[in-house]
Design a binder for this molecule. Structure first.
Ligand code: MN
Length: 249
């Protein structure tokens, strides 16, 4: 089976030259999940990706924006029937956002319940400083047979990682997570059948520029070094995970 480079969490619409990045993904055959931060961005993103095979737009409501955009949950729900991919959604309990955590939980619960009811959605989930609560909510509101969860930039501890695995979650890994050698040990111990690559561009920088979806290759190269496996075999394992998540195998 031919495999493709994967960027399962990228904010393409937030690059200054976003239409070039959309076209790059399509032309370079990079299987990209174009996450959004507000449902207001949905129509434009869908239009940009309309004829594309490699770019998939995700319907999002970012937890860091919930304090000023909570009412957009209604717009998010209105677009939900059009969307197979959901994100960026989740919780952020970091110092800047902790005070709104109850409102974030209300919104995230509605999102999980709506996804469970609809079925067959694929979610890219943010869980900064909130790994345990996010897992509690997934366990309670989105049973494994009602949707697929990809934990984006997951920074839980070993116990939380094991719990996420038991809940059927996948992990999308970016270069920033692997640069710190202490956390790197934790992430490279993740089972290969649960790993995806991501850039989280343009927020994450790669070699001094905003990471581009094609920079997912650097994650593959690093995984290949630490696992002492050929880059091709890492790439094909990741591609087969995508096929399993999306139900195309
Ligand atoms: Mn993000």
């Amino acid at each position: 089976m031919k495999s493709f480079l994967v960027d399962y969490h990228c904010h393409i619409d937030l690059y200054p030259d976003y239409s070039t990045v959309f076209n790059d993904c399509e032309n370079e055959k990079i299987h990209t999940l174009a996450v959004t931060t507000t449902p207001k961005a949905w129509p434009k993103n869908i239009e940009l990706a309309a004829k594309m095979k490699f770019v998939h737009v995700a319907l999002g409501l970012h937890p860091q924006l919930v304090h000023e955009r909570a009412e957009e949950i209604q717009l998010w729900e209105a677009y939900l029937p059009q969307a197979r991919y959901i994100g960026e959604v989740g919780l952020d309990a970091g110092p800047r956002f902790y005070k709104n955590i109850d409102l974030q939980k209300t919104v995230f619960k509605r999102i999980l319940q709506a996804c469970a009811e609809a079925g067959d959605k694929i979610l890219s989930v943010h869980s900064a400083r909130a790994a345990s609560v996010v897992l509690d909510m997934i366990e309670k509101h989105l049973p494994n047979d009602r949707g697929r969860v990809v934990l984006h930039w997951f920074t839980g501890n070993g116990g939380e990682i094991r719990r996420a695995i038991d809940l059927g979650c996948f992990f999308s890994i970016n270069m920033s997570m692997l640069i710190n050698t202490k956390s790197r040990d934790l992430y490279i111990s993740l089972p290969m059948d649960r790993i995806l690559t991501e850039t989280d561009g343009p927020f994450v920088k790669h070699e001094g520029h905003p990471a581009h979806p094609r920079d997912s290759l650097a994650v593959i190269e690093l995984l290949s070094q630490v696992n002492k496996a050929a880059p091709e075999s890492i790439a094909s394992a990741i591609w087969s995970n995508v096929c399993r998540i999306e139900g195309t195998t």
